[in-house]
Structure formats: structure tokens, C-alpha cells
Unconditional design. Structure first.
Length: 376
């Protein structure tokens, strides 16, 4: 058996090496490295795949969020609602732009924002809800969009961990993650479900005005060269990365399916385990398992388990070991211990197991048997 990795990008590359190498060579041969043909081609293909009107490529998923926030022309005292059990990007860019993060607790098992807690967090300053599809499954978007409509708020959908996931509304209409809200953002960080070989990101919208503005912001605030219409940033998707992504986009559904098969294997093995809970499934969303994350019960010493797995050659990760409301950077918001009990509990009891496109049944069997044995 090969070494077990959290994510095996080299083996994934080897299977499509000829296509990737040829895509890279073509960029080099044309030597149009900045905003070359591949950037537009990939953006067009991704827009088709997601069935969205505009895909605006940019340098990474954090920039995508920053550009999205910047395009909304928020008042300087605006507040935005965001889950605390989350990657830092949305909170950081909103706060960096001077807006106030208002944290909302999460749902046990699902790991996404508890939408029943949103309305109580809304004030007259609230302007945006950031919905994050954590670990590969959509947040309860229908409820979030209903609340947004009621209070006239924007919704930014961070789909960095859930590209390719589908969400079905109660009326039966299915949409891709990232295309339900006013703006969707994603990251093409190498380990993401659609990852490049460096940094990359993109923004999605169906709104003509927002699209125009976000494209302008990402390009130094210019529509015409050397004419600055607004304050912008420089955020470009590298042409080599776009060429790589254009190849990998053809495999995205296959890659997500491979991840789902791993998750099914883990689910079946651990569904009745007395000490661990498998991830809960939202019936309105497919789950593309960017991470396969277990909740451990309090009898388990997580650090010890992590070490024991490691000793057997099994990596595992803790996403995220501290919720954002308890981080030093956000201490000025004065949340404090005990304010978001589920987020705090999750940060203490989650453990993510290896899941990627190159896992074999032999690996899954070995991981499951080893974990079971350790927990006995
Ligand atoms: C949910 C989420 N949002 C945003 C990002 C930021 O993406 P990037 O690293 O490309 O800036 C990440 C990256 O891990 C993420 O997981």
C-alpha cells in the first residue's frame, strides 16, 4: 500500500500528466503569461459548468472575498454576519475593510452556520451575510436567502470548500454552490476539490452591475488602461494556473464522486460507532467532501488519537482548533468563552480523516480498522 496522505496531488497529476503538461507548454509557447487566452477560456468553461452568468477570475479565494465585499459599497459602520467555526478568510477581509464581524454559531454534525441564530444577530447596521459551505456541503441557503430578502441584505457565498456541490430548493430547482447568493467566491488552492498548482480564485455572479464592478476592482479599479474609476487591487488568476484548471475542470465531477465514495465507506464503517459521529447530511445539498470530519465524544483524547493514528501511518487534521471569535485578532469584538457554545465544542472535538481522489479501498479499510482498534 502507498503512503496515506491527507491529499495526494502528485498521484492525481500523474494520471492526467499528458494533458496538464501540454496545457502548460501551450501557455509557454504563446508566452502570453498575464491574462492569456487560458484565463478567459477557463472562466467561460467554469461559468458554463456552474450555470452562472459571470465568472471573474482572481488571484486567490481571499482576494475573491475582498473584491466581493468591496463591490457592495457598504457604509463604514456596516456589520456582516459570519460563522465563527470557519476558515479565517471572510472574517479577515471584512474586518480589514473596516466592517464589523458578527459571529453566528454552527450546527453540530453539519458544521455549517446555524441559520436559526441569524435573525437575532441582525441589527440596523447589518448589510451582509457570508454563507460558508464548510467541508463541502452547502449551508442552509434557502433559509439564508429568505432572511436576506426580509432584511434587505446581501449574501456572499464562500464556496472555496464546496465547488461542484449542488443545492436543491424546496421548489425542486437545483443550483451549483456559489451561484445561489448575490455573489459567490471560491479558491483554487491546490488541495481544494478544484485546485491548481499554486494560488487561484474566482468570483461568480449573475448581476451585470456587480460583475462589471468586481472586474474593475480586481484590475486596479480600471476599465480603460491607466484610467482609474475606483480604488482597486491587483488580483489576477495566473495564466498557467488557468490552463491547468481548465484541464482539471473536466475531471471535477469525477473527483467529487471519488471523494463521495470515500465518505460513504467511512460513513458505513462508523455510522453506529458509540464514540464518534459521522458528518450529518443536509437533504437539500450534495456533499463534495472537501473534508471528511468526524465529531469525537468527550471520552476520546483527540491529541492522543491523532498521535496514535500517526504512529500507524495515518495522517489526520484538526479543522479548526479554535473558533474565530476566540482568536486574539478578534478579541476587540469582545465575544469571549461560552458565547458560541457549538463552535467552541466543535473546535475541541472534530477530526478530519484523509480524503482525496486517489484513495484506495485498501487505504480506507486500513484507516477504518486502525481507528476502530485504537478506540476499543
Ligand atoms: C472557506 C474558505 N474560504 C476562503 C479560503 C481562502 O482561499 P485562498 O487560500 O485561496 O485565499 C479558504 C482557503 O482555505 C477556505 O477554506
Amino acid at each position: 500500500m502507498k503512503n496515506i496522505l491527507m491529499v495526494d496531488l502528485f498521484s492525481q497529476y500523474q494520471k492526467i500528466k499528458t494533458e496538464i503538461d501540454s496545457a502548460i507548454s501551450q501557455v509557454i509557447e504563446k508566452s502570453a503569461f498575464i491574462n492569456g487566452y487560458a484565463v478567459k477560456e477557463f472562466a467561460d468553461n467554469l461559468a458554463k459548468y456552474l450555470e452562472t452568468k459571470y465568472v471573474i477570475p482572481c488571484a486567490n479565494g481571499t482576494d475573491a472575498l475582498q473584491i466581493a465585499f468591496s463591490a457592495l459599497d457598504l457604509p463604514t459602520d456596516a456589520e456582516f454576519i459570519v460563522p465563527s467555526f470557519n476558515y479565517v478568510a471572510a472574517v479577515e477581509v471584512g474586518a480589514f475593510l473596516g466592517y464589523k464581524p458578527v459571529f453566528v454559531d454552527s450546527l453540530e454534525g453539519f458544521y455549517n452556520m446555524d441559520t436559526s441564530k441569524i435573525e437575532q444577530a441582525i441589527t440596523h447596521k447589518t448589510k451582509v451575510i457570508v454563507a460558508v459551505h464548510l467541508f463541502g456541503q452547502c449551508a442552509d441557503m434557502e433559509h439564508i436567502m429568505e432572511i436576506a430578502k426580509k432584511y434587505n441584505l446581501y449574501v456572499i457565498e464562500d464556496t472555496a470548500q464546496a465547488i461542484g456541490a449542488k443545492y436543491t430548493s424546496k421548489n425542486g430547482k437545483t443550483k451549483s454552490a456559489g451561484t445561489i447568493a448575490h455573489i459567490g467566491t471560491t479558491s483554487f488552492f491546490p488541495s481544494k476539490n478544484l485546485g491548481c498548482m499554486g494560488d487561484g480564485g474566482a468570483i461568480f455572479t449573475d448581476d451585470d452591475e456587480l460583475a462589471k464592478k468586481m472586474r474593475c476592482i480586481a484590475n486596479h479599479g480600471q476599465e480603460v488602461k491607466y484610467t482609474y474609476k475606483m480604488i482597486g487591487i491587483n488580483s489576477r488568476l495566473d495564466t498557467l494556473q488557468a490552463a491547468i484548471l481548465d484541464v482539471k475542470l473536466n475531471y471535477l465531477d469525477q473527483y467529487n464522486l471519488a471523494r463521495q465514495k470515500c465518505a460513504d465507506y467511512y460513513d458505513n464503517f462508523f455510522k453506529n460507532h458509540p464514540k464518534i459521529s459521522i458528518p450529518a447530511r443536509n437533504s437539500q445539498s450534495s456533499h463534495v467532501f472537501h473534508q471528511y470530519t468526524l465529531s469525537l465524544d468527550e471520552r476520546i483524547d483527540r491529541n492522543r488519537l491523532h498521535k496514535e493514528l500517526q504512529d500507524k501511518g495515518i495522517p489526520s487534521m484538526i479543522y479548526y482548533s479554535s473558533p474565530l471569535h476566540l482568536q486574539e485578532a478578534y478579541a476587540y469584538l469582545a465575544w469571549g468563552q461560552g458565547t458560541l457554545p457549538v463552535a467552541e465544542k466543535l473546535s475541541q472535538n472534530v477530526l478530519s480523516l484523509p480524503i482525496h481522489t486517489e484513495m484506495t479501498e485498501e487505504m480506507l479499510h486500513y484507516i477504518c480498522m486502525s481507528l476502530k482498534e485504537i478506540l476499543e
